[in-house]
Design a protein around this ligand. Structure first.
Ligand code: DX5
Ligand code: ZN
Length: 209
């Protein structure tokens, strides 16, 4: 299982050295929040504009924003490898089209209360499906185990229809829940507080794999 530490809980005053402490990451997960789609504000493209000079680790950008279409170009510009939009946002299809037209991998994600069939129209076109296992907006929340049913269903659908998306889980991942996620068929686990609050972050990343 690949590990994507979320830099939401990183110390942004020393982002360069923070990124060095998670050099074993497979992806860097960037939690962008606008205070509309989720009740919190994190950071935008300007703050992230230098990150591609700090690391070669692929950037996994999670847009928790109401109008992603307005910002796709800027998140392509900062060097995103993947840009994921919420199915609850506006102009989802246009956003996915724009991401793919820019040569960046497109992801779709859904909040815990959103039914899986809401994302069915996009499954044949996306490179990633991100299953939220917490209510998006904050790190450090408890893992919602019932969301693993969505993961198992997505594994089944991918096999049945020969889709190519990777399955990512996001929220409340630690030593125990990472095992449950892996068993359910998760390909990439986003980990925020469990990595950033640990003594040896790279050792924690390797142990979670
Ligand atoms: C929540 C974010 C998650 C969160 C993960 O809105 O999408 O990526 O930062 O943090 P932990 O691992 O602490 O739940
Ligand atoms: Zn996230």
């Amino acid at each position: 299982m690949f590990i994507a530490p979320s830099i939401l809980t990183a110390n942004f005053n020393q982002l360069g050295s923070e990124i060095e402490t998670i050099s074993k990451s497979d992806y860097l997960h960037l939690d962008v929040m606008d205070g509309h789609l989720v009740p919190n504000i994190s950071f935008g493209p300007h703050v992230l504009s230098g990150i591609k000079h700090l690391t070669k680790i692929p950037l996994d950008t999670h847009l928790m924003i109401q109008n992603p279409l307005d910002f796709i170009d800027q998140f392509v510009e900062i060097g995103s490898s993947i840009i994921t939009v919420h199915v609850e946002a506006n102009k989802v299809q246009e956003s996915i089209n724009r991401i793919k037209a820019s040569g960046v991998k497109a992801g779709i994600t859904l909040k815990p209360k959103t039914k899986l069939d809401e994302i069915f129209p996009f499954l044949d076109q996306v490179d990633l499906v991100l299953v939220m296992s917490v209510e998006p907006g904050f790190g450090g929340q408890k893992f919602m185990e019932d969301q693993l049913d969505k993961v198992r269903k997505l594994v089944e659908i991918r096999r049945a229809y020969k889709y190519h998306y990777l399955i990512e889980i996001d929220g409340g991942i630690n030593g125990q829940t990472a095992k449950l996620a892996k068993e359910a068929g998760v390909d990439i686990a986003v980990v925020g507080s469990y990595v950033f609050n640990s003594k040896d972050r790279n050792a924690t990343i390797e142990a979670l794999r």
